[in-house]
Design a protein around this ligand. Sequence first.
Ligand SMILES: Nc1ncnc2c1ncn2[C@@H]1O[C@H](COP(=O)(O)OP(=O)(O)OP(=O)(O)O)[C@@H](O)[C@H]1O
Ligand SMILES: [Mg+2]
Length: 175
Amino acid sequence: MALLSVNNLSISFGGLKAVSDLNLSLEQGDLAGLIGPNGAGKTTAFNMLTGVYLPTSGDILLDGKSLVGLKPYQINHRGVARTFQNIRLFSDLTVIDNLKIAYHSHAKYGLLGAIARLPGFYSGEKEMHDKSMELLKIFKLDNKAEGLAKNLPYGEQSVLKLPGPWPLSPGSAIR
Ligand SMILES: Nc1ncnc2c1ncn2[C@@H]1O[C@H](COP(=O)(O)OP(=O)(O)OP(=O)(O)O)[C@@H](O)[C@H]1O
Ligand SMILES: [Mg+2]
């Protein structure tokens, strides 16, 4: 079974059919590109995959379970993340803190645990730190982890904006 399966996905805005019967299938580890001319519906397709837009018809299955109707944060919790064309970093935070923020929705402690500094807070923070360092190493940014994001050259800022949970959490396939 495909990890991600998109079946006859369509959306209309009034009379305009922006995406018509999109079908695609991705296996674990696949790297795919979606290409097309301006206005073809690429961004609209990603907006449906991430729950920003509700499709008019069709289905999106991740590991066999439908994502249609879920909120973007619920879809993110299932392992689907996206990035945007423009760079929006927390420029006055460090490189590693930018990554840890991207991980926060996967943190294993709650607000109370953080305030009360329960044991789970420290182990959760360490896990996020270690995973962030692992990612920074992959992208050769580990030696700049403690520097401010705004001091990175533009190309490296662009690398840093990739969403944190990818590619370490199971099920992440889309960007
Ligand atoms: N919220 C919306 N309301 C009405 N029309 C929309 C909306 N979002 C997108 N569209 C229309 O859907 C069509 C597809 O737009 P979309 O932005 O998905 O194209 P794209 O392939 O991402 O183009 P580009 O290469 O320029 O980024 C366009 O005609 C666009 O005007
Ligand atoms: Mg677009």
